[in-house]
Design a protein around this ligand. Structure first.
Ligand code: ATR
Length: 279
C-alpha cells in the first residue's frame, strides 16, 4: 500500500527542515508516511493545495508566505488558529480542510517541557506584534502567567494585540509599551520580532535581563542571534527557536497520525547536527 503523503508548502521551501524532522518522527513511531517539500507559485497556493488533495494528500505544513492564505482556505479552524489568524498545519479529509496553528504550542512546549521553565505566575515580555507574536498569544496565556507585556516598534500594533489578549484572559496583568520604555526585569523574554533575520535586535535596556531571565528567540541559526548575544552579555539564560521548530512539527504530526513522536530525542539529534555543521 502506498504510504500517506504529506508536504511542506512554501516559497521558498528548499531550506525547510520539516521533511527531515517528519521522516525521523515517522521512523521512531513506525508510521508509514512520505513527507516532501512542495514549492507553490506565489500566486498559486490554493491551486497547489487542491492539486495535492486531488492526488490523495493527507496533510500539509504551510510556511512563508502562505500562512494567511492557508487560514482562508481551511473549511474548519482550531481555536488557536482562529486567534492566530494564520494556519501552519492543514489536515485533508473528504469534503473538509482542517486548519490548525501549532507554532505557539510548539513555543510553549519547548519552554515548559524542554527548557523546564514553568510559565505559571511568571512575568513575560513578548517582543513584536506581527504574525509570530499573535500565534504565541493564546498558548502563552493558557499557561497562566502573572503578567504579559507586549512591546513593539509600532505601538499601535502592540495595542491591537493587547485588545485580543484582554479578551482571552482576565487573570493576567496585560500591558503594552515601546522597547525604550522597558526597565524592569522579566522572568521570560520572547523575541517574536523578525529583527534577527537582519542580525538586528530591538533596543532593550540591560535592566530587563537578570541571571534568572530566560531569553528566547523564535529564530534559530548556527550562531546565536543578535538578541541572544545581547541577552548573554547581560547574564541571561538563552534558548533559540530550534526546539520550537521541532515541537510545532510534533504537534502537527500528532494531529495527523494520532501518535505523539519523541520530539525531545529528535531535538537533541538536530542540535547535534547543527553544532557539527559549525565545527
Ligand atoms: P512575522 O510573521 O515574522 O511576525 P511580521 O508579521 O511582518 O512577521 O512582523 C514582524 C515583527 O517584527 C513586527 O512586530 C515588527 O515591528 P513593526 O510592527 O514595528 O513593523 C518587528 N520588527 C521587524 N524588524 C524589526 C527591527 N529591526 N527592530 C524591531 N522590531 C522589528
Amino acid at each position: 500500500m502506498k504510504a500517506d503523503q504529506y508536504v511542506v508548502i512554501g516559497n521558498p521551501v528548499a531550506h525547510s527542515k520539516s521533511p527531515a524532522i517528519h521522516a525521523r518522527f515517522a521512523e521512531l513511531t513506525s508510521q508509514q508516511l512520505d513527507y516532501q517539500r512542495l514549492l507553490a507559485p506565489l500566486d498559486g497556493f490554493g491551486a497547489t493545495v487542491r492539486d495535492f488533495v486531488a492526488k490523495g494528500g493527507k496533510g500539509a505544513n504551510v510556511t512563508l508566505p502562505f500562512k494567511l492564505e492557508a487560514f482562508a482556505l481551511a473549511t474548519e479552524l482550531s481555536e488557536r488558529a482562529k486567534i492566530a489568524g494564520a494556519v501552519n498545519t492543514l489536515k485533508f479529509e473528504p469534503g473538509r480542510i482542517y486548519g490548525d496553528n501549532t507554532d505557539g504550542m510548539g513555543l510553549v512546549a519547548d519552554i515548559v517541557r524542554n527548557a523546564g521553565v514553568n510559565l505559571r505566575g511568571k512575568r513575560l515580555l513578548l517582543l513584536g506584534a506581527g504574525g509570530a507574536a499573535r500565534g504565541a498569544l493564546l498558548p502563552l496565556l493558557q499557561e497562566q502567567p502573572a503578567a504579559l507585556t507586549i512591546a513593539n516598534r509600532t505601538l499601535a500594533k502592540a495595542q491591537d494585540l493587547l485588545q485580543q489578549a484582554n479578551s482571552l484572559s482576565d487573570r493576567c496583568e496585560l500591558q503594552t509599551c515601546r522597547f525604550e520604555d522597558l526597565q524592569q526585569p522579566f522572568d521570560v523574554i520572547i523575541n517574536a520580532t523578525s529583527a534577527s533575520i537582519n542580525d538586528d535586535v530591538p533596543p532593550l535596556a540591560a535592566t530587563v535581563f537578570s541571571k534568572e531571565t530566560l531569553a528566547y528567540d523564535m529564530m534559530y541559526a548556527a550562531a546565536p542571534t543578535a538578541f541572544l548575544r545581547l541577552a548573554v552579555s547581560h547574564g541571561a539564560q538563552c534558548r533559540d527557536g530550534l526546539g520550537m521548530l521541532v515541537e510545532q512539527a510534533a504537534e502537527a504530526f500528532a494531529l495527523w497520525r494520532s501518535v505523539r513522536p519523541p520530539s525531545g530525542q529528535v531535538l537533541a539529534e538536530m542540535r547535534a547536527a547543527l553544532l557539527a555543521s559549525q565545527a
